[in-house]
Ligand binder design. Structure first.
Ligand code: DGL
Length: 265
C-alpha cells in the first residue's frame, strides 16, 4: 500500500494525482484534521505529528510514505526518513524540478504556509539548481482554513487570494509554485488573480509523477505493492464539511474513517 498523509484534506489533491497517474494501486490516507493547520505550528510539533502519522500508516500496511504536505516536507523529512525503514517522498523537490523546467525568465513566485515559507526550503532548492533565479515568496496563512471550511467560491476567498498574490504580481513572476497541497483546490482563483501568462506549478501532480517514476525504476519494490484499487481514508476528526470537501477533491465517493494517532511514536 502507498501511505499518504497531510495535516488535513489538502493531501487529497496528491491522492487524486496518484489515482489518476497510477490507477489500481492500493492507498491508505491519513488527514490530521483534528490538529490542522500545521503551517502555524513550531517545527518540533510538526515533526512529532509527522512521526505519529507515519507510524499509523506503516501499522496500517503502508510500504512507502508520501508526505503530501509542504509544511511537513519542509521541516520533518529527515526525521521521518531517519525513523522509518520505508521509502519516504517529500513534495518540495518534484515541484522545484517542474518549476525550473517551466520558467523562462527565472522569476519565480512561491506561496505556502508560514512554516514552509519561513523554512526557506524552496528558495534554497531553487537557488542551488539555478543560482541566477529570482525567487519571491509569500506566506498565505488564511488559505488552508478557507479550504478546510469549503469556502471555495466565496467573494472573501477571491479578495484574500488577490491580496496575497499582489506582491508577487508586481515582481512580474513568470512561474508560481503552489507550495501547499491545499492550494490546487483554489487553482482556478489563483490562476485568475495572478494572470494567464504565469505558469502554475501544482505540487500534487508533480508528486504523483515522482512516485510513478520511482516505481518504474524499482520494479522489485513495485511488485510488493498491492494493486486491487483499495483505498482507505482516515482522519483524526470528521465533520460534515470535511466529508463534502473530501469527496469533491478526490472526484469520487469516499468513506472517511476516524483515527487517532496521539500517543504513537
Ligand atoms: N497541505 C499542507 C501543506 O502542504 C497544509 C499545511 C497546514 O496544515 O497548514 O503545507
Amino acid at each position: 500500500m502507498i501511505g499518504i498523509f497531510d495535516s488535513g484534506i489538502g493531501g487529497l489533491t496528491v491522492v487524486r494525482g496518484i489515482m489518476d497517474a497510477m490507477p489500481g494501486y492500493d492507498l491508505v490516507y491519513f488527514g490530521d484534521t483534528a490538529r490542522t493547520p500545521y503551517g502555524t505550528k513550531s517545527s518540533r510539533t510538526v515533526i512529532e505529528y509527522c512521526l505519529q502519522n507515519t507510524e499509523f500508516l506503516v501499522k496500517n500496511g503502508a510500504k512507502m510514505i508520501v508526505m503530501a504536505c509542504n509544511t511537513a516536507s519542509s521541516v520533518a523529512t529527515d526525521a521521518v526518513r531517519d525513523s522509518f525503514d520505508v521509502p519516504v517522498f517529500e513534495v518540495v523537490t518534484p515541484a522545484v524540478e517542474r518549476c525550473l523546467a517551466a520558467t523562462k525568465k527565472g522569476v519565480i513566485g512561491v506561496i505556502g504556509t508560514r512554516a514552509t515559507i519561513a523554512s526557506g526550503i524552496y528558495e534554497k532548492q531553487i537557488m542551488e539548481k539555478n543560482p541566477q533565479a529570482k525567487v519571491y515568496c509569500a506566506p498565505c496563512p488564511l488559505l488552508v482554513p478557507l479550504v478546510e471550511e469549503g469556502w471555495l467560491k466565496k467573494p472573501e476567498t477571491n479578495m484574500i487570494v488577490k491580496k496575497y498574490l499582489h506582491p508577487l504580481k508586481v515582481r512580474q513572476i513568470d512561474t508560481l509554485i503552489l507550495g501547499c497541497t491545499h492550494y490546487p483546490i483554489l487553482k482556478n482563483i489563483i490562476a485568475r488573480k495572478i494572470g494567464k501568462r504565469v505558469a502554475i506549478i501544482d505540487s500534487s501532480t508533480a508528486m504523483a509523477e515522482r512516485v510513478k517514476a520511482f516505481l518504474t525504476e524499482n520494479p522489485d519494490f513495485d511488485e510488493k505493492l498491492a494493486k486491487t484499487a483499495a483505498a482507505r481514508f482516515f482522519v483524526s476528526d470528521i465533520t460534515p464539511q470535511f466529508r463534502k470537501t473530501a469527496k469533491w477533491i478526490v472526484g469520487r465517493p469516499i468513506d472517511l474513517e476516524p483515527a487517532n494517532t496521539e500517543g504513537l511514536s
